[in-house]
Design a protein. Structure first.
Length: 280
């Protein structure tokens, strides 16, 4: 595996790969790699000739009060994970490489319609930062396909929309959420949970599954389903940010559930904000 830190170095490689018509699979990450990231890499290997992973803890998607400084950065361990997963190139740029004119002075891409709702209400800066960095990484790497987790469903939807709106020749592949044995979606932020918080955290998955069972038994009222989920979360010490059932293309809340709609949840366990979702 080659580890490259500069745009010039990775673009030299990309030029060679493009000359050979190589199918390039790309997975942007913030590091602290886990089974969720590994599953994206495995899927990329199934579809592409070459797999490139980036590790960049993107400052523009963190608000000043968020966890940018304490976000885990186990770089050597991540390199080992990527080598074992047979990744071809790791791109690990510095902040000045990605934002040479300063992170507040760079061109922005905004998609207000999808970015302001759900997670965008609590984290208004977040999707602007994500779109800024993903767009820049896409232009540097020019992947044939890019792989994103359904775990971050709003992010996946927004990136698909950016690619469509800006006519980018990149196929976006959504990959299923990888979970711990008790159902908690694996996340780099789960390490912030204390042992008792960790035990309660799996309630999110249990509550979504209970809703799915209700739907299979004929319940179609989104209000009833989301109220039940909220109650279960509150009983298990969560502070709920939102629980909603949405149409997956527009992310608008539905009143009556139809097949393919999705439960989306964001809730705090102690100070840790967890998000998850499940297709109905
Ligand atoms: P992150 O490093 O948290 O920015 O995540 C990088 C990519 O991995 C994103 O596309 C995430 O949606 C995806 N991802 C994170 N956790 C999981 C998971 N548990 N299952 C599947 N994909 C995940």
């Amino acid at each position: 595996m080659k580890t490259l830190h500069t745009i010039a170095d990775i673009q030299d490689q990309i030029t060679l790969l493009k000359q050979k018509n190589t199918c390039i699979g790309f997975i942007p990450t913030m590091g602290a790699l886990h089974e969720g990231h590994r599953s994206l890499i495995n899927t990329a290997h199934q579809h592409c000739d070459i797999v490139i992973v980036s590790i960049f803890v993107n400052p523009t998607q963190f608000a000043p009060n968020e966890d940018l400084d304490r976000y885990p950065r186990p770089f050597e361990k991540d390199q080992e994970v990527l080598k074992n997963a047979k990744v071809d190139i790791l791109f690990a740029p510095t902040e000045t490489e990605i934002y040479p004119t300063g992170k507040h002075k760079t061109t922005q891409i905004i998609l207000p319609y999808l970015s302001k709702k759900l997670c965008g209400k609590t984290r208004p800066h977040f999707f602007k930062g994500v779109l800024m960095v993903v767009n820049r990484l896409f232009n540097i790497i020019q992947p044939t396909m890019a792989f994103f987790g359904e775990k971050d469903f709003q992010q996946l939807t927004i990136i698909k929309r950016m690619v469509t709106d800006l006519v980018m020749p990149i196929q976006i592949i959504g990959c299923p959420t990888i979970r711990e044995k008790d159902g908690l979606a694996i996340s780099s932020r789960n390490i912030y949970l204390s042992p008792s918080e960790r035990r309660n955290a799996s309630t999110i998955f249990q509550a979504m599954q209970a809703a799915k069972i209700q739907v299979s038994q004929g319940q179609i009222s989104a209000k009833k389903l989301t109220q039940d989920i909220q109650l279960m979360l509150i009983k298990n010490h969560f502070k709920v940010d939102y629980v909603t059932i949405v149409d997956t293309t527009t992310l608008t809340t539905v009143k009556t559930v139809k097949s393919g709609d999705r439960i989306l949840i964001a809730a705090y366990m102690g100070k840790t904000r967890l998000i998850d979702n499940l297709s109905l």
